[in-house]
Design a protein around this ligand. Structure first.
Ligand SMILES: NC(=O)c1ccc[n+]([C@@H]2O[C@H](COP(=O)([O-])OP(=O)(O)OC[C@H]3O[C@@H](n4cnc5c(N)ncnc54)[C@H](O)[C@@H]3O)[C@@H](O)[C@H]2O)c1
Length: 250
């Protein structure tokens, strides 16, 4: 209990999947949570489930104006920011041969530009309130070669390199802001359930010790740790959640 008591945390993509679980878990551990998403209905429902310590802001992470509005809302309501969980993303399937330039740019507008803007505005706010933690949701796709998600891999690679740059910049400037990336393999969320079909029980770790699919709470547990001060010496790290899949080979 109270592992992140009083911290003000923005979670993007909080209407669904991992982001929703992050927000609920952080709130249970005492955080004041700013849930953001383009899905207003789902985002508001999650914020209402948490109650008074949460607000929802409609937010397209690819829009700089939207980031400015989110930061203003955080400043007005809480007066500080302690952590940003850059989590919202889209998935598009396609190899190098069947990904168009338009698809590549669309993917990078959300999954790369959105994370750059998040880091930029979070650093600006957190450096004035004593520091904080930025958690960037990447993927094993950034660490190995997955041919069927060419543009997604490129964007997640961008997020991973961005994370290192931000971590070192903040360290050199004495900001006390940490920045780490998380690299899951499969997660059982709406992003994957669409193509996994109905029989997902067989994929769960409880039923398959070699499973490649974790639950959102397995990722949220790591997010909680990275937001908390328990991880104060973990900075610029790439943390895999993949049941050793990268060791075995994708
Ligand atoms: N599901 C997986 O297997 C898997 C594996 C590795 C990494 N990830 C990463 O985990 C994170 C969470 O994914 P998820 O599985 O929970 O997905 P999800 O599709 O369940 O949730 C993503 C959320 O992001 C929101 N979103 C999409 N575009 C947005 C935009 N432009 N602005 C704001 N919000 C937007 C959606 O409305 C949705 O609520 C993503 O960064 C994803 O790339 C997922």
């Amino acid at each position: 209990m109270d592992r992140v008591k009083g911290k003000v945390v923005i979670v993007t993509g909080a209407a669904s999947g991992v982001g929703r679980e992050d927000a609920l878990m952080l709130a249970r551990e005492g955080a004041r949570v700013v849930l953001t998403d383009i899905n207003e209905e789902g985002g508001r429902a999650a914020a209402e489930q948490i109650g008074e310590s949460a607000i929802f802001v409609r937010h397209d992470i690819s829009s700089e104006d939207d980031w400015k509005a989110v930061m203003k809302a955080v400043g007005d309501r809480f007066g500080r920011l302690d952590a940003l969980v850059n989590n919202a993303a889209i998935l598009m399937m396609g190899s190098i041969e069947d990904t168009s330039l338009e698809d590549w740019r669309k993917m990078h507008r959300v999954n790369a530009d959105g994370y750059f803007l998040g880091c930029k505005y979070a650093v600006a706010m957190m450096k004035n309130s004593g520091g904080g933690s930025i958690v960037n949701m990447s993927s094993v796709a950034a660490l190995t070669g997955i041919p069927v998600v060419c543009a997604y891999s490129g964007a997640k690679g961008s997020v991973t390199a961005l994370t290192r740059s931000v971590a070192v910049h903040c360290r050199l400037n004495g900001y006390r802001i940490r920045c780490n990336s998380i690299h899951p393999d499969g997660i059982l969320t709406p992003m994957t359930l669409g193509f996994l079909g109905n029989d997902i029980e067989r994929l769960r770790l409880e039923n398959d010790p070699a499973s490649r699919f974790c639950d959102p709470k397995d990722v949220a547990n790591l997010v909680l740790f990275l937001v908390s001060d328990e991880s104060r010496f973990i900075n610029g790290a790439e943390l895999r959640i993949d049941n050793a899949q990268m060791v075995v080979g994708i």
